[in-house]
Design a protein around this ligand. Structure first.
Ligand SMILES: NC(=O)c1ccc[n+]([C@@H]2O[C@H](COP(=O)([O-])OP(=O)(O)OC[C@H]3O[C@@H](n4cnc5c(N)ncnc54)[C@H](OP(=O)(O)O)[C@@H]3O)[C@@H](O)[C@H]2O)c1
Length: 246
């Protein structure tokens, strides 16, 4: 049997990068996607250096055409798509009253439409194969709203709703599974997308006593979900730092 193939969006840093390395260690062939080509190239070399198989495709998930091209390139390269990790995301937290309309648009485009485009691009192949697993990265912020997280939380609630709806739709004999992953605070580049200095300072103060998670902690949860037998659907996992209050 040929090795399973996983597409990972947002593979150029943080959780996506760690997931690519972990899944490759578990024997998956990985297709890496994001916008920063230099990072994808480096990661591809790292996977290959450790004996894995990897390819990459520069992809902006806000373009359905580019996400469809990613799925097509994966089929051309590896012949199948078994797993999609819809991980690309941004988190420019702000107060609604600050009216950062461009940031609202970008969050909706990347965090919601990007996830939908990923599903839309791989589903025809998974339906034809009669197997597949779609992992969507939501957040603890997809369960809870805090001041400044209104729009980000809105996008992450949406990811949970879309994934649960897809799970129900896929129930009848298609052998396509879905998993929602909801991380708490993970030390990555995600906070670099915040433009309000006060919000960055507050976050740093709030989490100064908390040992945050690593991308590898989340990657291991994803590896657990994808390693279950076909009859087991790990529908949702919430993972927080032990000391995280919210
Ligand atoms: N870190 C946390 O505490 C935390 C907690 C809960 C949930 N999450 C979620 O986890 C996911 C990964 O975030 P992270 O923490 O690993 O942050 P990160 O290190 O900033 O990674 C975000 C990834 O998304 C990619 N990306 C952003 N915009 C994109 C676009 N338009 N098209 C394609 N790729 C795009 C980035 O790559 P390029 O810039 O190269 O395109 C990068 O690889 C996100 O969905 C985030 O909301 C994170």
């Amino acid at each position: 049997m040929s090795k399973k193939v996983a597409i990972i969006t947002g593979a150029s840093s943080g959780i996506g990068q760690a997931t690519a390395l972990e899944l490759s260690k578990q024997g998956f062939r990985v297709m890496l996607a994001a916008r920063r080509e230099d990072r994808l190239k480096q990661l591809q070399s790292e996977v290959i250096r450790h004996g894995g198989e990897a390819s990459y495709q520069v992809t902006d998930v806000t373009s359905f055409a580019e996400v469809e091209a990613l799925a097509k390139a994966t089929i051309e390269q590896f012949g199948q798509i078994d797993i999609l990790v819809n991980n690309a995301g941004i988190m420019p937290l702000s107060f609604i009253s600050s009216r950062k309309v461009d940031e609202w648009d970008r969050m909706v485009n990347v965090n919601i439409k990007g996830v939908l485009y990923g599903i839309g691009a791989v589903l025809p192949y998974m339906e034809e194969q009669k197997s597949g697993h779609i992992i969507n990265i939501s957040s603890v912020a997809g369960h809870k709203v805090m001041p400044t997280s209104s729009v980000y939380s809105g996008t992450k609630f949406a990811v949970r709703a879309i994934t649960e709806g897809l799970r129900q739709e896929m129930k009848s004999g298609q052998n396509i599974r879905t998993t929602i992953i909801c991380p708490g605070a993970v030390a990555t580049e995600l906070t670099h997308t915040i433009s309000d200095e006060n919000i960055i300072r507050n976050l740093q103060e709030n989490y100064s006593d908390v040992q945050t998670l690593t991308g590898e902690d989340i990657a291991k949860a994803i590896a657990y979900a994808v390693s279950q037998p076909d009859h087991v659907d790990v529908s949702e996992i919430i993972i927080r730092p032990t000391e995280q209050a919210l």
